[in-house]
Design a protein around this ligand. Structure first.
Ligand code: FAD
Length: 401
């Protein structure tokens, strides 16, 4: 009966612990977390942080006891002794493993400017961060968001819906520059502006001014000063791969794994946001999404239990902004050829990006049918007719050659 130690009680780690029991694994399963809360859903932190319930547990608290999963919260793992097959925790205890799974996630990238440590400047990864952001917004009626990525825009939408004055400052020339197509960036920026959000692009924050230890204003490179006592820094996340790197595991901005979630040490697996993983196309990427974390938890399960490998999935994720339920699948190419189906003015549309006659990515809003079809086109490498795809009166099944 092998002993499985999972480092990181987040989405990937907790999912794997549950899957192991579901699959009949009888050996000890221990989950180490450096946060003090039981594993919870992170997506609501940027979508429901005002009003709604933040504490959305992945499993009911009694689940872990009932399933004989040992959860050690507030107990960071500090070192891995690969020769001795054991880990050491911050409290100095050693724990032996047969399989070690690293699911340490990612952490917000710091904003390297003076004033970033003032009170009122927050980032958003944990429940504790979300509680702090909620307080900041409740107490003040304006918010500057540094970084126009998905998390920044989701927070912008919620804050605007509550009547908060919101400014988004983005260094690139468009929001979502690294993760979305130019067309989607344009549509979303227009939507946010219509709702009263101010978006400043091509602007770099050079410092945050404060008084009495609290933020007062965000200052841009051209000297523009935006007064605000609440600042959300959303400039991306970096993998928490230090533990793995210190143990000599192969890392390249993330723990490098194969399609079975194996690291460069066969006894150590890694899953979730901390990994750099291969896709079916062969590309090595770092994905930060629930579906990817779940897929890798299933890969790790198969590796640990010796079950058949899991079929590769098309990467996808979702985002909610105002009334737009966005679902995105595939990897958006740098210079896409794009077909628009639907009408952004109605809030229902899908952007299909294609290359050489096959769809490589789909970005959809309030269009579950288009999203599902797009995901299938990507997986099957179906050859599509772009003109028919653009015509919403042509059924999706009839756009394939
Ligand atoms: P995490 O959930 O971050 O868990 C890692 C855990 O490991 C953390 O609790 C961390 O504290 C702990 N840890 C790290 N080092 C140690 C150590 N040495 N010892 C012990 N514990 C350690 N994805 C989507 O698909 N859709 C969305 O809409 C979406 N919205 C999001 C909104 C927000 C605000 C955030 C922050 C993320 C969102 N994501 C979304 C991404 C998604 O939440 C992550 O992809 C997912 O949580 C990754 O799971 P993980 O287990 O790899 O990492």
């Amino acid at each position: 009966m092998s002993r499985v130690l999972i480092v990181g009680a987040g989405h990937a780690g907790a999912t794997l612990a549950g899957l192991l029991r579901q699959a009949g694994h009888r050996g000890p399963v221990e989950l180490f977390g450096d946060e003090v809360d039981l594993p919870y859903h992170r997506p609501p932190l940027s979508k429901k942080f005002t009003g709604g319930e933040l504490e959305q547990w992945l499993r009911p608290p009694e689940f872990y006891r009932e399933q004989d999963i040992t959860v050690r919260l507030g107990e960071p793992v500090t070192t891995i002794d690969r020769d001795g097959c054991r880990v050491r925790t911050a409290s100095g205890e050693f724990h032996r493993y047969d399989h070690l799974v690293l699911a340490t996630g990612a952490e917000p990238r710091a904003l390297p400017v003076p004033g970033a440590d003032l009170a009122g400047v927050v980032s958003l990864r944990t429940l504790a961060d979300a509680r702090m952001l909620r307080t900041c917004i409740d107490e003040r009626r304006s918010l500057v968001i540094v970084g126009g990525g998905y998390i920044g825009l989701e927070v912008a939408a919620v804050a605007r819906s509550c009547g908060v004055e919101v400014t988004v400052v983005e260094r690139e020339d468009r929001v979502l520059a690294r993760v979305a197509s130019p067309r989607l960036s344009e549509i979303l920026a227009a939507h946010h502006r219509e709702q009263g959000t101010r978006i400043v692009t091509g602007a770099e924050v050079t410092r945050i001014d404060g008084a009495g230890g609290r933020a007062r204003a965000v200052v841009l490179g051209d000297g523009t000063t935006i007064p605000s006592e609440a600042v959300l820094v959303g400039v991306g996340a970096v993998p928490r791969d230090r533990l793995a790197a210190d143990a000599g595991l192969l890392c390249a901005q993330g723990v490098v794994v194969d399609e079975h979630a194996r690291t460069s040490d066969p006894r150590i697996l890694a899953i979730g946001d901390v990994t750099r993983r291969p896709l079916a196309s062969g590309a090595l990427v770092r994905l930060e999404s629930i579906p990817s974390a779940t897929e890798q938890a299933r890969q790790a399960l198969a590796t640990i239990t010796g079950a058949a490998p899991v079929a590769a999935e098309v990467p996808w994720f979702w985002s909610d902004q105002f009334d737009l339920k966005l679902k995105i699948a595939g990897l958006v190419p740098a210079t896409p050829s794009t077909v628009l189906r639907g009408d952004p003015a109605t809030g229902r549309f899908a952007l299909f990006h294609h290359h050489g006659g096959t769809v490589t990515a789909v970005e959809s809003a309030n269009s579950p049918g288009e999203f599902m079809a797009g995901k299938k086109f990507i997986a099957s490498r179906a050859r599509i007719d772009p003109d028919r795809l653009a015509d919403a009166s042509v059924p999706l099944r009839d756009v394939v050659h």
